[in-house]
Write a protein of this length. Structure first.
Length: 257
């Protein structure tokens, strides 16, 4: 069976571009729907109840209005806080959740000093704690990067550089591995390297894309008809001008890598 229904991607803003780029290259025959909830960015500073309620609203829209055959939570905080609720409520729709790529450190460079950069919501979640203590290397620091996703989302480049210099200063010359535990953070790799130097970056985009393909294959939901993929992008900004700006940035970033 071949399914031409779109795959839905949900993120608190533009950061999920780092995930959908990988998915498009792995699954080029699929159609995609991306919801950028930038009016509510960042999720990492919101309560569990707020995150679950908003993710429920967006999942309902994707399933019942956009007929999405699967949903990718391309936001670590949404994955950490809302995935269990969503999987129970939308049990007929595969929901694939990203997580910080801490296991990749264990697999590829377990002895190096590791810095996990993520939102407070992700680091405090039960889901992350389970992952962290399963692969803990006794040589890791956790850094809650409050406000970082918003600086990246808003393209505040000078404030971003100042933020990273201030918050990463103590890690200069010490870090081998950096786990980017928010999908916005890969968009700031160059700026992070300016502070920390030549580090190994790990993020969950490849892993969640491969998992998406596995799940679609298992459930016979792949679109096997050769066709050029399409992507519909929707942003929740308050004005049409802001929405159009986000859309342009999204498609510019999509073609970069």
């Amino acid at each position: 069976m071949s399914s031409s229904k779109p795959i839905g991607f949900l993120d608190s803003g533009i950061g999920g571009i780092s995930v959908i780029r990988k998915a498009v290259r792995l699954l080029p025959n699929e159609d995609y729907f991306f919801f950028s909830d930038s009016v509510n960015n960042p999720y990492g500073d919101k309560s569990d109840e707020e995150i679950i309620s908003r993710c429920d609203e967006l999942a309902d829209f994707m399933v019942n209005k956009k007929s999405c055959k699967a949903i990718v939570l391309a936001c670590n905080t949404a994955s950490a806080k809302a995935v269990s609720f969503l999987r129970e409520k939308y049990s007929d729709t595969p929901i694939i959740a990203i997580e910080p790529a801490y296991k990749m450190v264990h697999d590829y460079n377990p002895d190096g000093f590791t810095l996990v950069m993520a939102t407070r919501g992700t680091l405090e979640s039960e889901k992350f704690h389970k992952l962290f203590y399963t692969y803990y290397n006794n040589n890791t620091s956790l850094l809650a990067c409050v406000g970082l996703a918003d600086l990246i989302e808003q393209e505040k480049k000078e404030e971003l550089k100042e933020y990273l210099e201030r918050n990463l200063h103590d890690y200069k010359g010490k870090v081998s591995n950096v786990v980017l535990g928010c999908t916005h953070y890969p968009l700031a790799k160059a700026e992070i390297k300016e502070v920390l130097g030549d580090v190994n970056f790990f993020d969950g985009a490849n892993g969640v894309s491969r998992q998406l393909k596995r799940v679609l294959t298992e459930k016979d939901l792949l679109n096997n008809q050769k066709s050029k993929f399409t992507i519909e992008f929707v942003d929740s900004s308050e004005t049409p001008e802001q929405q159009e700006q986000k859309k342009k940035r999204f498609f510019d970033l999509l073609s970069e890598e």
